[in-house]
Design a protein around this ligand. Structure first.
Ligand code: SOE
Length: 395
């Protein structure tokens, strides 16, 4: 197989990013899309120049020409789509969170093991070149033993009471929102950098807007609607806008995350600072091509995204020279490239060796979310109960 034929289920905000990114690879053909009905699928296929359009995901999955499937649907469809795709022998790259709850994710991991398909979860934030360099610096001992890992993922697209989206509804998006939707990105990224796993959490969650104004016409992600009185109804919100999570890591580091979707002016502000026994690193996704390096015995420095100065294992994730910016969309290309390289290699799937986030990563993230929800509910610190052994180092 020298070209992989792919079907994309869901053509909303993120589905379109997947399609555009897949086309940058050159060895993948996007041959089909599916949407909630035939008309929506047909108009997306026409607009995106995709040969085949299906009005149900089941019909797309039955298409024998398709080798791999991208699940870019609402969260409550991740499990049924991924399950059916794997049972039909198709490789799966699923958007995060992997499922609505850990039990579903565990089931998907079991099916993946049984069917032998290649599987991945779309935690793209770990693929920023400087994030890969930070990981390589930690591995090389340049940061020393890690004492603190702290940071944020802040947004404002749900700031107003008239801002509405399917993620607000627990029956569609899952029991957790701020933590599951954006907190898991941060958790995956810092565990990937440090190699350490979150061992226990102490969490506080808040719903700052317990009632929102749901517009009669659903808005796409990040789309602001001009809502007039009468165009909406008041609905109770059962998911959190904010999460503060203190955590202990299995390698001895201490950490704290602030995730919030109602912070005016913060668009997609993902940020970490790591303080080690030798130096500190500080980076954020809104200025992704620069990283601050904190020194005690000398002047602090700025590490620009310059692949020729990177550790070899990080350099391959920088496509262009320093000063030429790389961003959010490029992170998808790097993740997809690792996923399809594995598929094209013909190697049997191995979650302990894969150089991309797999369903095992997705399961672990949901188990952290479960511990966060339990801690917030009980007011106590909670151990994360990992059900699948991924070894001491985070995968
Ligand atoms: C909305 O919060 C969202 O689209 C997340 O679901 C994505 O994972 C993140 O990359 C951007 O924001």
């Amino acid at each position: 197989m020298n070209k992989v034929r792919v079907g994309v289920v869901g053509c909303g905000f993120i589905g379109r990013i997947h399609i555009e990114t897949l086309r940058r690879l050159g060895y993948v053909d996007v041959v089909a899309v599916s949407e909630k009905d035939q008309a929506t699928a047909a108009s997306a296929a026409e607009e995106l120049r995709v040969p085949r359009a299906y009005g149900t995901y089941e019909d797309l999955l039955k298409d024998r020409d398709i080798d791999a499937v991208h699940v870019a649907t609402l969260n409550n469809l991740h499990y049924p789509v991924a399950k059916m795709a794997m049972e039909l022998g198709k490789h799966v790259l699923c958007e995060k969170p992997l499922a609505m709850e850990a039990a579903q994710a565990r089931d998907l991991l079991d099916i993946a093991a049984r069917t032998g398909v290649v599987h991945a979860i779309c935690h793209n934030m770990r693929y920023y070149p400087l994030v890969k360099q930070a990981r390589a610096m930690v591995k090389a001992g340049e940061v020393g033993a890690i004492r603190l890992i702290h940071g944020h993922y802040l947004q404002d697209w749900l700031f107003l009471e008239t801002d509405y989206n399917w993620r607000l509804v627990s029956s569609i998006g899952g029991k957790s929102r701020a933590m599951a939707d954006i907190g898991t990105h941060w958790m995956d990224m810092v565990q990937h950098i440090s190699g350490q796993k979150v061992a226990s959490v102490f969490a506080d969650l808040t719903t700052f807007l317990p009632v929102r104004k749901k517009p009669k016409r659903e808005a796409a992600t990040f789309v602001v609607q001009d809502v007039k009185p009468g165009d909406y109804e008041d609905v109770k919100i059962d998911t959190e806008d904010h999460a503060t999570v203190m955590m202990d890591f299995n390698g001895g580091a201490k950490g704290v995350l602030l995730a919030c979707q109602v912070c005016a002016g913060r668009k997609n502000y993902i940020h970490f600072e790591i303080n080690g026994t030798r130096r500190s690193l500080d980076w954020n996704g809104q200025e992704p091509n620069s990283m601050w390096v904190g020194e005690r015995g000398s002047r602090n420095g700025e590490f620009m995204k310059e692949p020729v100065l990177f550790h070899p294992e990080a350099a391959r994730y920088g496509y262009v020279a320093g000063g030429l910016g790389e961003g959010y969309l490029d992170t998808f290309k790097s993740l997809f490239a690792d996923f399809y390289a594995w598929i094209l290699s013909g190697r049997p799937m191995d979650t302990t060796a894969a150089n991309f986030p797999t369903f095992l990563t997705g399961l672990s993230e949901l188990e952290i979310v479960d511990a966060v929800l339990e801690s917030a509910r009980t007011g106590r610190r909670c151990e994360v109960r990992y059900s699948a052994d991924q070894g001491p180092e985070y995968r």
